[in-house]
Design a protein around this ligand. Structure first.
Ligand code: GBH
Length: 468
């Protein structure tokens, strides 16, 4: 493709004084960062081994068996448009950018040989970000397991956990001089979902694997953290993990126990392992029933201190006494059927802060699939603007209540492959035309830019005042 016939991105006009959602400063700690998140398979495209040297991932296997679905062959063509995308992020005023590296792009077989072309792509991305004044937040694993690793048993296998730590080392040796923020896994709960259900790769539909996979992922996390720290002798790097948390709230008082159990089983399992060094009784019972092997040594590995915790926030659930999910009257949902409930985010953060000794927290993903109106003068998505404002206000409340919040990343930078749902559900603050690949910053993206500027100005004023 010729660089000249790529019109990179469009910035429509945005008048903050006419905005339906306030552009205001939030009460945030000094150095609170704003940016957006993406993941490798959802945006890169360029999965052809012949031209890219990339190996096969479980997503190619998944889509090959489901030919009626959209797949990641093209995605956002980010692999070929990386520089333009970084220029766009810079122009939007983001200070940080969260992305993931693709294991099969870097190590086609998951272990052994390294694909220099793949590693160089990420090295160039990091250079481009740093030259643009944007800090990279790197995630080692966002769901694209090399097929060769799945053949070894995937995340049910301890050998794969060990290979993951070796992969972490390869990436660290190349990028550790420039990337300071490291994350092992994106959303262990969803990785588990690919083994117990069929909506995500590898789609094994085996409910008995829940604790086996969850625990093995935690071991892999622990091994990678240990490896990174052993190489980071100057203690320069920040290492963390990203979990997706969905608080489960009881519909009535009598549903309290059912709600608590569901939260412990699906979500708190990761927090309990990492911050308490032990799982709750519900999880231990399930482990015993399904043959998951959990040792004290594992728990020591899993509970190593972290520099930060990333939380991906999308929704809350409400359950009845039987533990069944119920919808409260008046609840507003996105196109995913997920309830918009920012108040539950504040509540969850405040209660977690009491229950665990938490490191600094980032909201590493937050966003919504909503209907956008594409027209000649831009892409209109007032509800997404409001959604973002509501969630920033919820974070502000948590901060006022003493939670140590350090940043916010919108999901997503741009419309991308929503996994098995294809390109039909759009979460981006930037619209991507599926035919031309032209990026157009949506109204929400323009609002977000204006908001970031307003908060930076407020911070600068505050600093100037205290210096006087
Ligand atoms: C994130 O996962 C991913 O990190 C990202 O790749 C993805 O594109 C994005 O969110 C949008 O989906 O209502 O009980 O069925 C989201 C994880 C897992 C959150 C399923 C909501 C549904 C719970 N999601 N969960 S339920």
């Amino acid at each position: 493709m010729n660089a000249q016939n790529k019109q990179a991105y469009v910035f429509p006009k945005f008048n903050a004084r006419r905005s339906p959602v306030p552009v205001r400063r939030y009460n945030l700690p000094k150095d609170f960062v704003f940016g957006a998140s993406t993941s490798a398979y959802q945006i890169e495209g360029a999965i052809d081994p012949g031209t890219t040297g990339r190996g096969r991932s479980i997503w190619e296997d998944y889509f090959a068996a489901r030919p009626h679905m959209d797949n990641g062959e093209v995605a956002c063509d980010h692999y070929n448009r990386m520089k333009e995308d970084v220029a766009m992020i810079k122009r939007m005023g983001h200070k940080v950018y969260r992305f993931s590296v693709s294991w099969p792009r870097i190590m086609p077989d998951g272990t052994g040989a390294v694909n220099e072309q793949g590693l160089k792509f990420y090295s160039d991305l990091v250079d481009e970000l740093l030259e643009s004044g944007i800090e990279p937040y790197l995630t080692l694993y966002h769901w694209d397991l090399p097929s060769a690793m799945e053949k070894l048993g995937g995340w049910t296998s301890r050998a794969v956990a060990a290979h993951f730590a070796d992969f972490a080392e390869v990436v660290l040796r190349r990028l550790g001089d420039r990337v300071k923020k490291w994350c092992t896994f994106n959303e262990p709960e969803v990785i588990v979902a690919g083994y117990i259900g069929d909506g995500l790769a590898p789609g094994l539909s085996n409910p008995k694997l829940r604790v086996i996979v969850a625990h093995n992922l935690m071991v892999a996390h622990g091994l990678a953290v240990k490896r990174i720290r052993s190489l980071d002798t100057a203690e320069r790097l920040d290492v963390g993990i990203v979990v997706n948390l969905v608080p489960v709230e009881p519909a009535t008082k009598s549903a309290t126990v059912a709600a608590r159990k569901m939260w412990q089983r699906n979500y708190a399992i990761y927090l309990d392992g990492i911050f308490h060094g032990k799982y709750s009784q519900v999880v231990l019972d399930e482990a015993a029933a399904t043959g998951a092997v959990i040792t004290d040594e594992d728990m020591a590995l899993i509970s190593q201190p972290l520099d930060y915790l990333g939380i991906n926030w999308y929704l809350r659930l409400v359950v009845n006494r039987q533990g069944r999910v119920v919808k409260l009257p008046g609840a507003e949902e996105t196109l995913m059927g997920w309830e918009i409930c920012p108040a539950a985010l504040s509540r969850m953060l405040l209660s977690m802060n009491k229950e665990y000794k938490l490191p600094p927290i980032y909201i590493t993903e937050n966003g919504a699939a909503l209907a956008d109106t594409v027209s000649d003068d831009g892409v209109h998505d007032n509800r997404r603007m409001l959604y973002t404002h509501e969630h920033l206000s919820a974070i502000e409340l948590a901060i006022a209540g003493g939670v140590d919040m350090r940043g916010y990343f919108a999901w997503s930078l741009m419309d991308n492959l929503e996994w098995s749902l294809g390109y039909s559900k759009t979460f981006g603050m930037v619209h991507v035309d599926r035919k031309t690949m032209v990026r157009t910053v949506k109204d929400s993206g323009m609002w977000y830019s204006a908001m970031i500027k307003a908060n930076k100005r407020a911070e600068a004023n505050k600093r100037a005042k205290s210096a006087r």
